[in-house]
Write a protein that binds this ligand. Structure first.
Ligand code: G1P
Ligand code: ZN
Length: 547
């Protein structure tokens, strides 16, 4: 079939700069500004000289505007000469599943439509991210090129064709392009079956020896969790809750934390709590892990997975190394030391793990922001983390709480909390960071309460693989006895600025492993205020979110 290609005129926007994770804006920005989506998509395509005949993976988290946006992208991809488009049925693909499909099909890349854990809907957020051929988020050299292109773009290409049927699995040919609508779950489920001990997990779940509640938060992981946990592993129906993806996430905030995954949290702290509780976010890359009446911090989760990886078939041969983002607690560092493997400290954002994974320097990595992953894909992976935990629980016969407490007894505990000041005024946020900056030189050697400053700097990272340098990644203040304060501005917000304060204290004393986190960190929380004056400068009485 011959296809008509239209070249349409457009005018550039000045603000299409990708942040920590793609271009993320209020949905309205996409809806109300003519060609806002088209401009950015053409800017991406213009930066991909090899696109002709190549494979592109397409999907999203199912939020409002996902479907119409996909239809536009399909038509533009056809007009830009891609050879094959692989699209998740219903326009759905979780971020890790997209990453896997890119790798498995040797695609040039993929586009995932998502604003991750941000609420969706006309009043919520929308986003678009590009992943490269290794399956990982586009690194800076790409995103900077997209941004440059977006500021000079004058036209975009689009095919004159009817909408594709996103709900019917099958192939259609449009000119030079084959459009394949595929089941979004199958390939991903196969990958999980290779990594984990599905037989043993199935026995534990069908016998009821182990029980699970997975909260999909009406986002993309519903179909994945249903298929894997209920259909393949035999967890009783109803083990996956909020399983149907909805355009507005059922009015919820698809962020798996103690505040937003309310139904799950109530269940896990109630009398009928199952062995394992878990939740994932909008696009399926985040995870929260709970035991009966017990919350596992993401930093501890990473450390525990590293320490127990040998119990899981896919990691039985050991870990090459581990990595964590700089603000993530240093719990995993101790495990790496005990295992005799390297531990890398990277800036915030999954893209920094890509090179380390590709070069075979690390096997596991994670962030404090509910992100954990491994070399099986190039994104963090929510359901993978849940299956990893389930495998460990089944293999050891121990509860989540016991596993974590034993871990603390062995390695000590890194008390850890993040305090967010959301939607503060940009200028105030910048002034706080400048103020902190100005104090860096004078701090080392000083006493702060019962602590002494051993190091104070603005974190910069030299990539050990390609030598690229990333600066300005957050203020670090390292203290003795072992503690740490980190201050940085969020790169994913869509309103004003968000200041994140990360507070950590190491506690080796076996008698002091079960304290309340905020109480254990009280003195450091005070110190953070003294240093940053965030409450004073913003007029806020405290953080908007504490995790
Ligand atoms: C946040 C998290 C970061 C994560 C990113 C994307 O970015 O802090 O760890 O990689 O979302 O999920 P931030 O808003 O802090 O820039
Ligand atoms: Zn996400």
């Amino acid at each position: 079939m011959q296809i008509d290609i239209e070249v349409r005129k457009t005018t550039p926007y000045p603000d299409q700069k990708p942040g920590t994770s793609g271009l993320r804006k209020k949905t309205k920005v996409f809806l109300e500004n003519p060609n806002y989506l088209e401009n950015f998509v053409q800017s991406i395509f213009d930066c991909l000289p090899d696109r002709r005949g190549a494979t592109l993976v397409l999907g999203g988290d199912g939020r409002y505007f996902n479907r119409p946006a996909l239809q536009t992208i399909v038509k533009m991809a056809v007009a830009n000469g891609f050879g094959t488009l692989l699209i998740g049925q219903g326009g759905l693909l979780s971020t890790p599943a997209a990453s896997h499909l890119i790798r498995k099909n040797q695609a040039l890349g993929g586009i995932v439509l998502s604003a991750s854990h941000n609420p969706g809907g006309p009043e919520g957020d929308f986003g678009i991210k590009y992943n490269i051929d290794n399956g990982g988020p586009a690194p800076a050299r790409y995103t900077e090129a997209f941004f440059r292109r977006s500021r000079e773009i004058r036209e975009y290409r689009i095919a004159r064709m009817a909408d594709v049927d996103l709900d019917r699995i099958g192939e259609q040919v449009y000119g030079e392009t084959t459009v394949k609508v595929i089941d979004p779950v199958t390939d991903y489920a196969q990958l999980m079956a290779q990594l984990f001990d599905f037989d043993r997990m199935r026995r534990a779940l069908t016998s009821g020896a182990v029980t699970i509640c997975f909260d999909a938060m009406h986002a993309v992981t519903g179909p994945y969790a249903k298929r894997i946990l209920e259909e393949e592993l035999g967890a009783p129906p109803g083990s996956v809750i909020n399983a149907v993806p909805l355009e507005d996430f059922g009015g919820g905030h698809p962020d798996p934390n103690l505040t937003y995954a309310k139904t799950l949290v109530e269940k896990m702290y109630g009398p009928e709590a199952p062995t394992l509780g878990a939740a994932s976010d909008g696009d399926g890359d985040r995870n929260m892990i709970l035991g009966r009446g017990f919350f596992v911090t993401p930093s501890d989760s990473l450390a525990l997975l590293a320490a127990n990886a040998h119990r899981v078939p896919g990691y039985r041969d050991g870990l090459r190394g581990v990595a964590r983002s700089m603000p993530t607690s240093r719990a995993v560092d101790r495990v790496a030391e005990a295992l005799g493997i390297p531990c890398y400290e990277t800036p915030t954002g999954w893209k920094f793990f890509g090179n380390l994974l590709d070069a075979g320097k690390i096997t596991l990595c994670g962030e404090e922001s509910f992100g954990t992953g491994s070399d099986h894909v190039r994104e963090k992976d929510g359901l993978w983390a849940v299956l990893f935990w389930l495998n460990i629980v089944v293999a050891t016969g121990q509860s989540v709480a016991t596993l974590v407490r034993e871990h603390w007894r062995r390695f000590g505990r890194n008390y850890y909390s993040r305090h967010d000041y959301e939607a503060i005024d940009r200028a105030t946020a910048d002034a706080i960071m400048t103020h902190l900056h100005d104090r860096l030189a004078e701090l080392p050697g000083n006493r702060l309460g019962k602590f002494r400053v051993v190091q104070a700097d603005d974190f910069s990272y030299t990539d050990p693989v390609d030598g690229s340098v990333t600066t300005g990644q957050g203020i670090r203040i390292l203290l003795e006895p072992e503690a740490r304060l980190v201050f940085r501005l969020s790169g994913t917000g869509t309103e004003g600025a968000t200041l994140r304060i990360y507070i950590e204290r190491y506690q080796p004393d076996p008698a002091r492993l079960d304290l309340d986190t905020q109480a254990a960190l009280a003195e450091l929380i005070e110190l953070a205020e003294t240093l940053s004056e965030v409450k004073k400068r913003t007029g806020r009485s405290g953080p908007t979110v504490v995790t």
